[in-house]
Ligand binder design. Structure first.
Ligand code: DX5
Ligand code: ZN
Length: 223
């Protein structure tokens, strides 16, 4: 699955930018990744619930909301109630991630847990039993266009193994620095869903970029 991140899109034309990856066939994205930043958990500020509510009215693509915010225990639920398909919170920010996952699911969304590059996976395996998606950050969260940190692929391999052996039941997602040069190694490590910002919205035709990335990932994963 390919999830273009609108962080690299033109914020004055978000509806049209999503349409560019919402066509038919192979140019269609699977999810649209929405980076919510609060200038506290990360040193950048983007958009919040009112924008997500508007986007939901404009597209039938599932919205994958990545909340890089403090106190997600308080704020994440609103995104689920609004109709986001998947709501991802950071384990470094959540106070009670198990309760949070239950609340998100009860509100009708999938529950996602994200871990920063320096956060070990092993510490959170019990928590992850309650989650539908694991978002492995392959850059420090906060900005698009950064270089891929290949060290995090070890966490992807571990998560893949735990899913394949039935110990976890979740989708493995990766976010940061995914492009034509890096997607194959991520696919080989076992990623299910690839977030790509600059690689999609920096391309002349975002829809074609989605198709090209997906082709590379499918070929490399052999799954
Ligand atoms: C970074 C965001 C990413 C970002 C990825 O904090 O979470 O979703 O948009 O951008 P690229 O693909 O350009 O690294
Ligand atoms: Zn993101």
């Amino acid at each position: 699955m390919i999830a273009p991140s609108i962080l690299s899109a033109d914020f004055a034309r978000l509806g049209a930018e999503i349409e560019a990856v919402a066509g038919d066939g192979e140019n269609r994205a699977d999810w649209v990744h929405v980076d919510v930043m609060d200038a506290h958990f990360v040193p950048n500020l983007t958009l919040g619930l009112p924008v997500v509510q508007s986007l939901l009215k404009h597209t039938d693509l599932p919205l994958d909301c990545h909340l890089m915010i403090e106190d997600p225990d308080r704020w994440a639920i609103g995104y689920a109630e609004a109709g986001a398909h998947n709501v991802t919170v950071h384990v470094e920010a959540a106070h009670d991630p198990v309760k949070l996952a239950k609340d998100l699911r009860a509100a009708g969304s999938k529950a996602g847990l994200s871990i920063k590059p320096g956060t070990p996976l092993e510490d959170h395996l019990d928590t992850l039993k309650h989650y539908d998606t694991l978002l492995v950050m392959s850059v420090e969260p906060g900005f698009g266009g950064q270089s891929f940190i290949a060290d995090v692929l070890e966490k992807v391999r571990t998560a893949r193994r735990l899913v394949d052996t039935g110990h976890l039941k979740l989708l493995v997602e990766i976010d940061g620095g995914i492009n034509a040069d890096t997607i194959e190694q991520a696919a080989e490590a076992g990623v299910d869903c690839f977030v790509a910002g600059s690689a999609v919205y920096g391309a002349e035709d975002p829809g074609k970029a989605v198709a090209a990335l997906r082709r590379q990932a499918v070929q490399a994963s052999g799954r």
